[in-house]
Design a binder for this molecule. Structure first.
Ligand code: FES
Ligand SMILES: [Fe+2]
Length: 451
């Protein structure tokens, strides 16, 4: 549980809040590049960390991200004209460039110098991996852009999507750092019928067998290791043949998760606060995520009866919400009784059902946490400590340019008797070393298990 005070500190991200100040020190996804595809195209409304902004791709192809309301008398610049390297307010024609300078004020006399005194809030942007990132912190404290692979892999090797979630960003992220719930929420009744393919032995199991392990041992033991980027942890399960199976996931400050997959993965789940009660769940998949030697065999979802939302991505990369609180996530009670644990037909919507139904910001003073919640507790402690440190003038963690953000990976394996899970997915992991990213054939990314 958390005190009401710490819960507030952890969840609230508006300007001037401790957690808001921490998050503003990291380059953050503001929108998908596909939402603003063409120079001088339609502006885009962006609500980010509780601030209402407008993005526009200007004549030069660069994206501006400015306050929504015109500084003259407040009309929304979203209705403005995106033309000749600036956004022009529809009310009286004041025009602003992507750096927030007022470059034209046609409603004032030509000799007026008033426009030189007017500037609007404008955040720098950086386009990488199909995402427009922004830095919203103090300019003098700007941190380097972190390369999770989006800077160094070819664009065709990266894909990005986002999904709207109607609860606080930490609450949504906690679902991804909770390995125990895959033994429950995401289970279905025909798992025992998945044929034994002989991979329940030390080494990499097949993806279909993983479902069986998750069902076989429904109370995993958690082990956590702090790292320079946050922490990584495993859920340890005993397999039907008595082996030690581990699912390793990672948390990277301040809002990134990398979820366990066979043999290892680097798909980023980024929980970006829209405001305190809504977030975007970005997913950035790099080709590195793909499995070069077909370890694991058939895709995890090939054996499940569930739909998977990423398959239905809109043209602009925004995943539509078919199942929401308004339709009770489409829960089918017959399905729940006879077919699946949740009764919800779509995989990620199962997660959304549980995290959103807590309410926009759950009162964590009411929780009763158990041993399977250790990773969530660690994440909360790290986040709160980082926010307090920055509040007291310290530096945020995991922002330095020379850190290898591409080395943050997840993994899933059945361990040999003497094998340490801590090497899995690192640059020293033989399976990682064997992989030749640039030599991969051109295939589109596969969906992975959300957690
Ligand atoms: S309100 Fe925008 S120019 Fe007047
Ligand atoms: Fe999940």
């Amino acid at each position: 549980m958390l005190s009401a005070e710490d819960n507030d500190l952890m969840c609230r991200v508006g300007p001037g809040t401790p957690m808001g100040d921490l998050l503003r020190r990291y380059w953050t996804p503001a929108l998908l590049a596909s939402e603003a595809p063409t120079p001088d195209g339609e502006p885009v409304r962006v609500r980010l960390l509780g601030e209402d902004l407008v993005a526009f791709r200007d004549t030069d192809g660069k994206v501006g991200l400015v306050q929504e309301n015109c500084p003259h008398r407040g009309a929304s610049l979203w209705f403005g004209r995106n033309e000749e390297c600036g956004l022009r307010c529809p009310y009286h024609g004041w025009k602003f460039d992507r750096e927030g300078n007022c470059v034209d004020m046609p409603s004032e006399p030509p000799q007026s110098v008033f426009k030189d005194k007017v500037k609007i809030k404008a955040y720098p942007t950086h386009e990488s991996g199909g995402v427009i990132w922004t830095y919203m912190g103090p300019p003098e404290k700007m941190t380097p852009f972190r390369d999770f692979g989006t800077e160094t892999l070819r664009p065709e090797h990266i894909s990005a999507t986002k999904l709207h979630t109607t609860c606080n960003w930490v609450q949504a992220m906690e679902g991804n750092l909770d390995t125990s719930h895959i033994s429950w929420l995401h289970q279905f009744h025909s798992v025992p019928d998945i044929p034994d393919d002989g991979s329940d032995k030390p080494g990499y199991p097949s993806n279909p067998q993983s479902w069986k392990f998750w069902l076989h041992d429904r109370a995993p033991r958690l082990e956590i290791e702090d790292t320079w980027y946050g922490f990584k942890y495993v859920g340890v399960r005993t397999t039907p043949n008595g082996h030690k199976h581990v699912r390793m996931s990672a948390f990277c400050y301040p809002y990134i998760t990398v979820i366990a997959t066979v043999p290892w993965g680097c798909r980023l789940g980024i929980f970006v606060p829209i405001d305190d009660e809504n977030c975007w769940r970005y997913s950035i998949t790099t080709r590195e995520f793909e499995n070069p030697r077909n370890i694991g065999g058939p895709n995890l979802f090939s054996v499940s009866p569930f739909k998977f939302g990423r398959a239905e991505v809109n043209g602009n990369g925004i995943i539509p919400r078919e199942y929401t609180a308004e339709n009770d996530y489409g829960i089918d009670r017959d399905h729940q009784r006879d077919f699946s644990f949740s009764g919800v037909a779509e995989f990620v919507s199962q997660d959304l059902m549980v995290t959103e139904s807590m309410g926009p910001i759950y009162d964590r003073s009411q929780e009763r946490l158990g041993t399977s919640d250790k990773a969530i507790i660690r994440m909360r402690r790290q986040l709160i400590a980082a926010a307090k440190k920055v509040r007291e003038g310290g530096e945020p963690p995991a922002v330095e340019a020379d850190l290898d953000y591409r080395s943050i990976r997840s993994a899933e394996k059945i361990l040999e008797a003497d094998e340490d899970w801590r090497i899995l997915g690192t640059n020293e992991d033989p399976t990682v070393i064997e992989m030749d990213v640039d030599g991969l054939p051109d295939r589109s990314p596969l969906p992975s298990a959300g957690n």
